[in-house]
Design a protein around this ligand. Structure first.
Ligand code: URA
Length: 220
């Protein structure tokens, strides 16, 4: 039985999500698991990561939060102090503001969306992660996106945009625009401000709200 026939047959008997492990196609081996389980396994595989210098100052690796069934993946920069302590992304002031806007503007709860970061470890003094740190961590994010398969990736700020699109950019110029995700062009990449930027520059809140409305339209 060919791979297409196998997938069709699995679908007919009720498998909504079918994952094929890397390299498995050639060996005609199909693995069927649910997204939550795959994410747990993925996280377990790098919770002791020492690929970049950030492992020396972190308390713990901070993975993702929210629903793996979400049509949107929000990607931030890196954990801050509270995230590093609690082991969850966006639980500090910027996170509370993001939750509020997701609810007010998009009519969604935090638990209904998927939230993660480009870098999974807190940089000392909350500095911006270096391009090397972003590159070292990117395979982890790429795998998360492969599992969640959202309609849209919403990059919060330029660091997230750089991580996802692989090039530097000015958020002010590209915010509100849509790009194809380089590793799966069916997924849209959307960019807006980082919520911490809005807290520092409240005049930009109107644009942030406008972007979240557009994001809501994109996810349908
Ligand atoms: N800022 C981020 O980019 N990510 C977090 O998890 C918290 C603050």
């Amino acid at each position: 039985m060919g791979i297409e026939e196998t997938l069709k047959a699995l679908e007919e008997i009720g498998f909504g999500e079918v994952y094929i492990t890397e390299g498995a196609v050639g060996r005609k081996k199909v693995e069927v698991k649910d997204k939550k389980r795959l994410l747990e396994e993925h996280f377990a595989s790098f919770k002791d990561c020492v690929k970049c210098p950030l492992h020396r100052s972190r308390s713990q690796v901070v993975f993702s939060d929210g629903s793996p069934e979400s049509p949107v993946v929000f990607v931030g920069e890196a954990p801050g102090e509270e995230e590093d302590a609690q082991g969850k992304p966006f639980v500090g002031r910027a996170g509370r503001y993001l939750n509020q806007k997701i609810s007010e503007v998009m009519g969604m709860k935090r638990e209904e969306v998927y939230i993660t970061n480009v870098c999974k470890c807190r940089p000392p003094e909350n500095r911006k992660p270096t391009p090397q740190e972003i590159r070292a961590c990117f395979p982890y994010l790429r795998k998360e996106i492969e599992i969640v398969k959202p309609k849209v990736i919403c990059c919060l700020g330029s660091t997230a945009g750089e991580g996802i699109l692989g090039k530097t950019m000015s958020v002010t110029k590209v915010r509100g625009k849509v790009f194809p995700y380089p590793y799966d062009p069916k997924i849209k990449v959307f960019l807006t401000y980082h919520p911490a930027y809005i807290l520092r520059n409240p005049k930009a809140e109107g644009e942030f709200v406008e972007d979240l409305k557009k994001l809501k339209e994109l996810i349908g």
